[in-house]
Structure formats: C-alpha cells, structure tokens
Design a binder for this molecule. Sequence first.
Ligand SMILES: *Cc1c(COP(=O)(O)O)cnc(C)c1O
Length: 504
Amino acid sequence: MTFTSPLLGAETAGFYRDLVAAGAGRVADRIAAADRPFTGITPDRLAGEVAAVDLDRPLGDATAALDELDDLYLRDAVYFHHPRYLAHLNCPVAIPALLGEAVLSAVNSSLDTWDQSAGGTLIERRLIAWTAGRLGLGPAADGVFTSGGTQSNLQALLLAREEALARPPAEETLGRPAADGALGRAPARADVLPRLRVLASAHGHFSVVKAARLLGLAEDAVIEVPCDRDRRMRPGALARALDRCRRQDLVPMAVVATAGTTDFGGIDPLPEIAELCARAGVWLHVDAAYGCGLLVSRRRHLLDGVERADSVTVDYHKSFFQPVSSSAVLVRDGAVLRHVTYHADYLNPARSAAEGVPNQVDKSLQTTRRFDALKLWLTLRIMGADGVGELFDAVLDRAAEAWTLLDADPRFTVVVRPRLSTLVFRYTSPGASAAALDRANLHAAAALSASGAAVVATTVVDGRHHLKFTLLNPRTTIRDIADVLDLLAGHARDHLGDDLAHAS
Ligand SMILES: *Cc1c(COP(=O)(O)O)cnc(C)c1O
C-alpha cells in the first residue's frame, strides 16, 4: 500500500478505510495469537532495534511500516487482554470504546470550543451530567474530561486552593489584622499559600503530593492521616489532624479521601470523612480513579458518602474498561470551575460565554483536547452501564475467591482482604530471614515477568517487599491465579535455595 496523498480528505477516504483496517488487522492477529501477556524482552535488546531505524529515510510504504512496527512494538508489547496480566491498573478494553477511538481520532474534533467540536461538546456534557448523577452530586454539578487521574486530582486541588484563598479568615483569627490590614476580608494570597494544608492518608495516590508541589504549596503541605488495620483513613485521626491545623494557624485546604487505593483497593470511610469536612468547612476531594467502576456495579453502596464530595476524580480507563486516556473531574458546584476560566480573543472571548456558547476550554486545564468522551458514549450506547458493571463485579468476585485461595496457602501471607481487586501478599518460608525473603519475592516477580508467563507487580508494606496482583480482567480464572502462585512460589523457592548456598 503506497500513498497517493498522505492527508485524509475526500479523494483519500477509501485509502484511509483500507489502511486503518490493515492496522487493526495486525493488532487483531497479535491479540488472537498471544499465548502470554509479555515476551519478557529486555530494554537493551529492543533499544538497539529502535535506535537502528533511520527516521530521515521513510519507508514510503504502509505495509513495510507495519512490518517494521510488528518487530519493534507489537510482537513484544505488554498485552492487558491476557488473563495472566495481573500487574497494574490496566484493563482489557471494551470493543465499543475502540470503535469510539477510531472515530474520534479520524474526525479529530477538539473539545476546547464549540466551533471545533459541535455535537462532541454536547456528548461530553451529557456524560459529565450522567456521571455526576451516578455520584449523586446534585443539580449544580459539573466537570470536564481530563487526560487521567493525575490531571483530575491536580485540577480538583487547584479549585480547592482557589476556594481556600478566597475565603475570609476563620473566626478565631478574625481578631487579628490580616496581612492587608483589613478585618474579615480574604488575606493576601502570599500570606496564606504557605499555610495551606492537604490531608490524605499514606495510601493516597502520589499524584496528590505532586499536585501540591505544582500548586506552589509548602513542601510539607500534605499531612498524612493515620489509617486503620485495613489501610483506611481513620476519621478520629482526621478530626485530630484538622484540630491540630487550626491550633497551629494552618489552613486545611482539602481532605483527599481515596475510593480505591492503588495498593489495597481500600475505600476510606466516606460518610464519616464527609461529616468532618462539612463541620470544619473543608473541601472534600474523593479520588475514585480506581473505585469509580462501583458506580455501575451491584456494589454501588461501597461509594456511599461520595455524594457529599466537593470534587471527585474518576478514571474510566481503569474500572470502566476504556482505553487510555479517559478520565474526568467532577465538582458539586459547577461555578467553581471559573477558577480555570481564562479568555482569549481568538478562541473563547468573554462575549461568547455571555452569549451561552458552550466552550469547554472554560472548564479545563487543557486547550486542544481529545474527544475521549466518545469512547464512553459508544460503550454506554452499545453495551450499557449494567454491562460495564457486570464486568467489574466479575473482577471483584474473582478477587474475593483469590483471597480465599491465598489465605489458605501456607506459602504466602496475604495482607488485607480486598475491597476491590488487588491482592498484596508475600512469599514466606519457615526459617528464612526477612531480608532473604525480600530478595526472594523481588526475584520471583522479575523472573516471572522475564519468562513472560504472567506479569505481576511488587510493592512495599511496612518496609518489606511484597507481591501484588491487580485484577481487572474478568477472563482471569481462579485457575490462572493458582497457576501463577505456583510459578511465583517456584521462583522464590529456587532463589532462597541459591541464597542459602551462597551464604554457606
Ligand atoms: C491511577 C490512579 C491515579 C492516577 O491516575 P492516572 O490516570 O494514572 O493519571 C490517581 N489516583 C488513584 C487512586 C489511582 O489509582
């Protein structure tokens, strides 16, 4: 297949159709044939091949380029559809969403302004309203699609920062003159900014700390709230932390509760946290990047309390089986989105807002922005929300079964019973030192991945290396899990044996 013209247009529409079908065909072949989630290729082996490509000498031929891509990428890619991919929060993708992906990139709408997207803007708005409805955020709710949970958390915390800075000083500090000498008026930003604090548990996502730095907060702005044995934020500890802030003349800017922590799938006690936030007048952000799939599941009750949040992060590209990127930030009071509204004469002049032109750039940190919402739209229109929920419920059922299996297995200790779909566990062996077990667990994960037979993750709990499964594939069977445990135990045991042989 050679090019008559490389640009999509009326005369090349047929060529476009054939070419994209050829690309989809290559992927379909790889997906159909993959007997492992990964080939175990190492970066140094692949790096040479990628480096050897002369980017200044095009192949000029699509078939040749696809052949090359097959060698450089498709052959050794990590395939999340495979039932033994058990590592991170990557999902097998819903085919209706892939249809959306094909459509949205070819039409190439940009969701910043109405005049670059038309119906796309309205579809995105419907999905934001739908999600806000499922969350129960009330009639004034709004939000916008983002590139991912990291960006959603950043935007939510930016809004919380602006709200905190706009607020008059708390009553107990009213007697004192504010920086500008006036009473009861918002003090100068520079005076308050270093005193802003964000309260989150140690199991909250690292993007919260990153956001705090990007937002110019103090280095120690994120306060760690202690957790209970299930790694969920303790409301009593949060109450004390809020009190301590007040006593130290610090300004709690937001509490970040997590609905689905990345390691343990823990859901912080949202109703109790919401009550404390309401009483203290503190912004509540709920990071439901992972747990958002509960919105369509028969376990919706696990998110009870989320309706009281000021902002919520949802990652459809995790528990809604959407391809990357697909995420949104939702807010209870749509008016707060004004904090990210800036006008440019050439793009979204202030007059267009007054005229009611729906320009999504007024609500977003991005300017040019993909129509990712289309993927969710086609997913809901073709398979429906219940269809998505059934997939997530199947995953959660499997995780519960896997816990039973692990809990009864003397080769492993398992940390907490899963709320969602992660399992954190450690290979153990009587008489082996903790340090030797650390090495054995790390080796087991690495050796397994190198073999390509399965991919699992590792994490650290209480200073010790652990293994981790993140289940997001309803096709993963309990047999897959049992087999992977046997493989892990085998690698760990071999390594312990070598370790002992070296030591003696
Ligand atoms: C994945 C995740 C994020 C980050 O989301 P990205 O889409 O990867 O940027 C934030 N919070 C939690 C709890 C997550 O699981």
